[in-house]
Design a binder for this molecule. Structure first.
Ligand code: ZN
Length: 61
């Protein structure tokens, strides 16, 4: 599971089951609503930063 994109109001996460879902905010852990897999939020954020976070997009205000 990894962060696909960060927006100003939500975060898109891509799961290992190859589906994506949106989160309003990150809790201690993230659970995929499709398959029930969980991941630790800090791991996702760390991986996001390591990947360069190049997909950041900003919603139109
Ligand atoms: Zn899943």
């Amino acid at each position: 599971m990894r962060i696909e994109a960060k927006h100003s109001h939500n975060i898109t996460v891509r799961c290992d089951c190859n589906r994506t879902f949106n989160l309003i905010r990150l809790g201690p852990s993230v659970e995929c609503p499709h398959c029930g897999r969980t991941a630790i939020s800090t791991d996702l954020v760390l991986e996001w930063h390591l990947s360069g976070g190049k997909k950041v997009s900003v919603d139109a205000a």
